[in-house]
Design a protein around this ligand. Structure first.
Ligand SMILES: Cc1ncc(COP(=O)(O)O)c(C=O)c1O
Length: 371
C-alpha cells in the first residue's frame, strides 16, 4: 500500500508547529462564510454558482454544493475538467474558448458532465457545434454580453440578438441564456452610486432577456455577480444565478476595497520571521513567490504596530512599532493575503484548521490548469 503524502501525516498538528510558509484556512470561518453566502442567495430566490478560481479545490466546491450551490463557475477548460473528474456536473466555463483542441476537450467533458460554455462570437460556437455533432453530444451555451466591463462580451442590442439567433440554429448546442460581469463596478465606495451603476448594468441583461423572450430564444439562465457585488446584484430581478466565489475566503480586498459586509477573512499565510536587521524592521519568508501583493497588500493578523511595506521574490518587509518590535527571529505570524486568487496558485496545498489544529490538507488540484 502506498504511504499517505507527508502532508497528511501532519493532521492533528497545531498551526504554529507547521513549517512555513503555509497557506492556511480557518475552516469554521470558511464554512460560516459559505453558509452566509448560500442563504443570502436563497433568501433572494437566486441560485449560486460560485467561481472556483479562489480555491481551485474540488473538496471546497463540494462544501458549497452541500450548502446549496447548484454547481461551479470556472475560467478554463482544464480547470473545469478537474471539477468534473471530482464528480461535479453543472459547470459554467465563463470564458471564451477557442480552437479545436479545447472544443474536443469540451465535447469529451459533455460525456461525464453537463457544462455550459460562454461565447461572444459565432466562430467559437460554430466550431463547438461541429465537434459536438461529430462526437454525438450536446453542449449548453450562453452568450456573454458586455455590460460595461469592456473585456469580452458581445455588444448588447441587435448584435447580441442576431448572434443568439444564429447560435440557436446550430446543432449540437443548446442555447440556455446570457451572462455579464460587472467587474468594473466593484470598487465604488459610495454604496448608493454602486447600487445605481450595478442596477444600470443589469438593465442591459434584463433588456437582453426581454429580446430573447420576444424572439422565442431560451433565456433560462441570466448569470452575473462576483463577491464584490453579490450583495447588490442578487437583488436584481432578471438575474437567476450569481457567480460570486471569493467571498468564502473574504480577504481584505473584498471587505475593505469592495465594502462587502457580514463575512470574515478565512485564509492566512503562516510566515516566519527570518531576519531582524534593525529594531523597527522584520523580514519574513513570504515574498512574492508565496503571497501576491499587487491587487491589495497583505496584512499581518492580530499584531498591532505591523505594516507590510514591500515584498521581493522571497522576502516580505514589515515595519514595526511599539510592542511589535518584540518580534524575534523564528517567531511565526499569520498574514492575510490582500487578494487570494493569485496567492492560491502559488501553493501546492491548503492546510485546513479548526481551533488552530490541522484537520485536513487539500491539494490545490486545479492549480496550473491554465489551458
Ligand atoms: C467571469 C467572472 N465571474 C465572476 C467573478 C467573480 O469572482 P469572485 O467572486 O471570486 O471575485 C469574476 C472575477 O474575476 C469573473 O471574471
Amino acid at each position: 500500500m502506498e504511504s499517505p503524502p507527508v502532508t497528511q501525516t501532519l493532521v492533528g498538528s497545531h498551526k504554529f508547529d507547521l513549517d512555513t510558509p503555509a497557506l492556511c484556512i480557518d475552516l469554521d470561518i470558511m464554512e460560516s462564510n459559505i453558509e452566509k453566502m448560500a442563504s443570502y442567495m436563497t433568501t433572494r430566490g437566486k441560485q449560486w454558482r460560485p467561481h472556483v478560481k479562489c480555491h481551485k479545490t474540488p473538496a471546497i466546491s463540494w462544501k458549497q454544493i452541500k450548502a446549496g450551490a447548484i454547481g461551479v463557475t470556472s475560467a478554463k477548460v482544464s480547470e473545469a475538467e478537474v471539477f468534473a473528474f471530482a464528480g461535479i456536473t453543472d459547470i459554467l466555463i465563463a470564458n471564451m474558448i477557442i480552437g479545436e483542441k479545447k472544443h474536443r476537450r469540451i465535447a469529451a467533458l459533455c460525456k461525464i458532465a453537463d457544462p455550459i460554455v460562454a461565447c461572444d462570437h459565432y466562430s467559437q460556437a460554430e466550431m463547438l457545434s461541429r465537434i459536438c455533432v461529430e462526437v454525438g453530444v450536446k453542449c449548453r451555451t450562453i452568450l456573454e454580453v458586455d455590460i460595461g466591463l469592456e473585456r469580452v462580451g458581445i455588444k448588447p442590442g441587435i448584435d447580441t440578438l442576431e448572434l443568439a439567433q444564429a447560435i440557436d440554429k446550430l446543432p449540437g448546442l443548446d442555447l440556455v441564456g446570457i451572462m455579464g460581469y460587472e467587474g468594473h463596478l466593484l470598487r465604488i465606495k459610495d454604496q448608493d452610486e454602486k447600487k445605481a451603476k450595478i442596477g444600470a448594468a443589469m438593465q442591459i441583461l434584463a433588456k437582453t432577456k426581454d429580446d430573447f423572450d420576444k424572439h422565442g430564444l431560451n433565456c433560462e439562465i441570466v448569470s452575473a455577480g462576483g463577491t464584490g457585488s453579490y450583495q447588490i446584484t442578487s437583488d436584481v430581478d432578471c438575474v437567476t444565478e450569481l457567480q460570486a466565489g471569493g467571498g468564502i475566503f473574504a480577504e481584505p480586498f473584498y471587505l475593505e476595497e469592495c465594502c462587502v459586509s457580514d463575512l470574515e477573512s478565512a485564509v492566512t499565510v503562516l510566515a516566519s520571521v527570518v531576519s531582524r536587521p534593525v529594531l523597527e524592521r522584520a523580514i519574513l519568508d513570504t515574498g512574492r513567490k508565496t503571497i501576491y501583493p499587487d491587487i491589495f497588500m497583505p496584512k499581518v493578523k492580530g499584531i498591532e504596530g505591523t505594516n507590510i511595506v514591500a515584498l521581493s521574490a522571497e522576502h516580505c518587509k514589515v515595519d514595526l512599532e511599539g510592542a511589535a518590535c518584540d518580534l524575534k527571529i523564528g517567531d511565526k505570524i499569520e498574514l492575510y493575503p490582500g487578494y487570494n486568487d493569485f496567492t492560491t496558485i502559488l501553493h501546492e496545498n491548503f492546510y485546513g484548521f479548526r481551533n488552530d489544529v490541522l484537520e485536513i490538507v487539500w491539494p490545490t488540484a486545479a492549480r496550473g490548469k491554465i489551458q
